[in-house]
Ligand binder design. Sequence first.
Ligand code: EPZ
Length: 437
Amino acid sequence: MLNSGDSTYPVDQPRLHIKGGYSLAGEVRISGAKNSALVLMAGALLADDTCYLRNVPALADIGRMAEILQAIGVTVKEQSDGIEINAQDLNATNPPYALVSQLRASFFAIGPLLARLGVANVPLPGGCAIGARPVELHVRGLQALGAEVIIDHGVVQAYAPKLKGAKIYLDYPSVGATETLMMAATLADGETVIDNAAQEPEVVDLANFCIAMGAKIYGAGTNSITIVGVDRLHGTEYDIIPDRIEASTFLLAAAITHSEISLAPIIPGHLTAAIAKLEEIGAKIKLEGPQRLRIIPAETYSGSDIETLPYPGFPTDMQSLFMSLLAVSKGNSLVSETVFENRFGHVPELNRMGADIRVKGNHAVIRGVPFLSGAPVMGTDLRATAALVVAGLAAKGETIVHGLQHLDRGYEAIEIKLGQLGAKLERRGGVTQPVKC
Ligand code: EPZ
């Protein structure tokens, strides 16, 4: 195995070479939310008409989702400022396993397929680096809506001549299950109530998109959502919300490099937890306009405790990003990951950079160190890899971040945006290969 600055990584693997210690300045444009765009692309299948989604981020996963929709008879045209989707000729063929196996979000098609065609055959999404990712809450909810569902040879086969509204209680406020069942219920006979529903902003974005198509949805953003079924949904145009996790990533990049930057567009209400935690440990966040924030860093940060929870609790997707900053904050911190069972993949890599973090079960105890040192590191999942980039921006010397196939799923041109802010980093090696999660 040839080395790329370290004897353990193949020379051609795509990687980011980051020179740490440079401060950032200026303003960064936040892209549309990945976790909205993917589910809204599936939601467009509910209409037998043309939908136009704007502010769609240019991500690997978006391209894959487009391919999957095209494989089931949907016309998808990627335009300069968005995506045009027409599902008039939607069919229930099995999308190719090679495609759907790379993208968990392909499972979002099951609700609309059932609602539109009465039948759906969608491969069971397997687990990924951060956990088993089961879908029993989706399946049980669809059965409550009157679908017959069997899982045969790794494919979820669902059948329902006409879905019927039902009262559904989710054992866990699953984002995906809430979205699947909300979509399915829009065309069901009668009223559906989803209790213990997820309240994430992306759930609200999907509800607003479906309402724009003519759906009757009430209570999205609370833990109880009511959907009154209608006969059909029509096409619409829709602007996707800004990505709150990308915004948090840039807030942490600024905080850890002691930089002042502005971010826009953002929705302040979607960043409450991140802002509160950053201010608790010493940063200042100023609202510069209805959709624009500015972060003022601290000289030194104090440690703090974090427990990830369903929204509006502290978002699990921000856990690894904050851990990079807590690693160089004064004092001890305790991070508890309660949403996914294996979301500390960034810890051993941060420790290779000189962090002092010990994991016990779903808790990580962090002892702040004065600085991190650059090293070759391997990203294991999307947000773990982002945390290593954030750490590399502040580390002494060069950090070589591998695992860009994860990063490219969730960040639009992150090295270009960081470079425009003054970071010194360069992408080298081949193109990234698809990865599922
Ligand atoms: C969505 O995943 C996001 N992905 C994730 O973002 C995010 O971390 C997660 O919500 C939580 O906010 C997309 O929206 C595409 P869940 P999802 O169903 O819907 C368990 C990122 O980095 N569960 O709320 O899969 C599950 O195993 C990604 O952008 C069941 O047990 O999340 C997990 O432990 C990562 N049974 C917990 O619930 C089910 O049927 C939360 O999962 C469904 C979920």
